[in-house]
Design a protein around this ligand. Structure first.
Ligand SMILES: Cc1ncc(COP(=O)(O)O)c(C=O)c1O
Length: 408
């Protein structure tokens, strides 16, 4: 019997299946390679750090007091209130916690429910390229048409570093009367780029002109190393057409808890809830009050985490530069992009396959974040995570240095 259905057919058409079954993500493949070779895993973006103590203790206390059954579908009131408070305190955005905030199973479910609720077959959805790989999968499953705006690359004349950016004219040109959604990911995975205000304004203008909705994925909102994150919903005319998505995973080093959230005006949130309730209904009962406690931590707790991460970014980027990679120095997030072509390695897919056995280090080829793996001029780029412990990063640099020595 052929085991298939509309979603598996859409996934197959989008190249998401291999031999009829879900193609493992590159992260799963590379983490398996790390285990196989005992290699240091700078591939998948999960931190080595423990969550803030207050957050851990709140989760333990919730389990002990018996908060272990289904939470309400929209999320525990205490968390919805903390999310609304956080948006008001940090960004001046006002949301009604009872009607305009929805708790989800990570940003992943929030993105899935939003795209499935709002995209009709044939609608166009715009993202940057490279993009977080779930976007392509969800757009395909909804029957949407994925349009991308490629990031531009250049070499900084003074430092020789790689600079990634977005071109405003290309951004504007991606919009048409078929555009339903523009999915904005800032700070951006995989590059750590933060969209500057001019680019955000262009998105709001074009979305308004074409009556499109804006979905913003802000899971790295607190991991910034220079200017603070600017939510697109704060721009004039944006809040009413914007669905803002974030999650606790990165902010509190709890990627396994899968607590995310959406803020949007009631009419949009009702449509999204209509899908979300049939996906997981609800999840993470004891983690919800713990994340509420985290969101109410003083600003210094958020800044301390970002400062620590910034020092590890510097450790990794300085080390990779010395080894001979052309590096980009990200403004936010967990990852840096390193170009291996100066080391005589033009094909990052092949290099990522070999690195676990040759250098004992796992990295992800940037092609994993391009449609059909076609990375063009980024074909020699790797993504490496610096959310790991200092000792792991130092050890990985040492091993990469030994590996690179004959290539310099
Ligand atoms: C850009 C981006 N969006 C969403 C997610 C998923 O978030 P969550 O773990 O909360 O589902 C990730 C995780 O890596 C991400 O990098």
């Amino acid at each position: 019997m052929e085991i298939t259905g509309p979603w598996t057919r859409a996934a197959a058409a989008a190249g998401l299946l291999k031999d009829g079954v879900a193609r493992p993500t590159v992260f799963a493949q590379m983490s398996a390679r790390a285990a196989e070779h005992g290699a240091l895993n700078l591939g998948q973006g999960y931190p080595d750090d423990a969550p803030p103590q207050a957050v851990t203790e709140a989760a333990v206390a919730a389990i002990r007091r018996g908060q272990n059954q289904y939470p309400p579908g929209a999320g525990e009131a205490v968390l919805r209130e903390a999310i609304a408070e956080h948006q008001a305190t940090w960004y001046g955005l006002r949301w009604d916690p009872a009607r305009e905030v929805l708790v989800s199973t990570g940003a992943t479910e929030a993105l899935a429910a939003t795209i499935l609720a709002l995209v009709e077959p044939g609608d166009e959805v715009i993202t940057l390229e490279p993009f977080y790989d779930q976007y392509a999968a969800m757009i395909a499953l909804a029957g949407g048409v994925h349009r991308t705006v490629p990031l531009t690359t250049r070499t900084d004349g003074a430092t020789g570093d790689l600079v990634l950016d977005v071109d405003e004219a290309e951004l504007r040109a991606a919009f048409s009367e078929r555009t339903r959604l523009v999915l904005v990911n800032t700070p951006h995975n995989p590059t750590g780029l933060m969209l500057w205000v001019g680019a955000l304004q262009a998105i709001v203008e074009e979305a308004s002109r074409h009556d499109a909705l804006i979905v913003t994925d802000e899971v790295y909102e607190h991991l910034t190393f220079g200017p603070a994150h600017l939510p697109i919903a704060t721009l004039p005319g944006a809040q009413d057409r914007t669905i803002s998505i974030s999650s606790a995973g990165k902010t509190f080093s709890v990627t396994g808890w899968k607590i995310g959230w959406i803020t949007a005006r009631e009419e949009l949130l009702t449509a999204i809830t209509g899908v979300k309730q049939w996906l997981t209904y609800s999840s993470g009962a004891p983690f919800q009050p713990a994340v509420a406690a985290g969101l109410r931590l003083p600003a210094s707790a958020f800044h301390d985490l970002a400062a620590e991460l910034r020092s590890r970014r510097d450790l990794l980027t300085d080390g990779l530069r010395e080894i001979g990679f052309r590096v980009s120095v990200p403004e936010a997030g967990y990852f840096t992009v390193a170009d291996a072509s100066p080391l005589g390695e033009p094909d990052a897919d092949a290099l990522a396959e070999r690195l676990p056995s040759e250098a004992g280090v796992v990295a992800i080829p940037l092609s994993a974040f391009y449609r059909d793996g076609a990375a063009g001029e980024a074909s020699s780029y790797l993504r490496l995570a610096f959310c790991k412990s200092r000792s792991t990063i130092e050890q990985a640099l040492e091993q990469l240095d030994t590996w690179a020595a004959p290539r310099r």
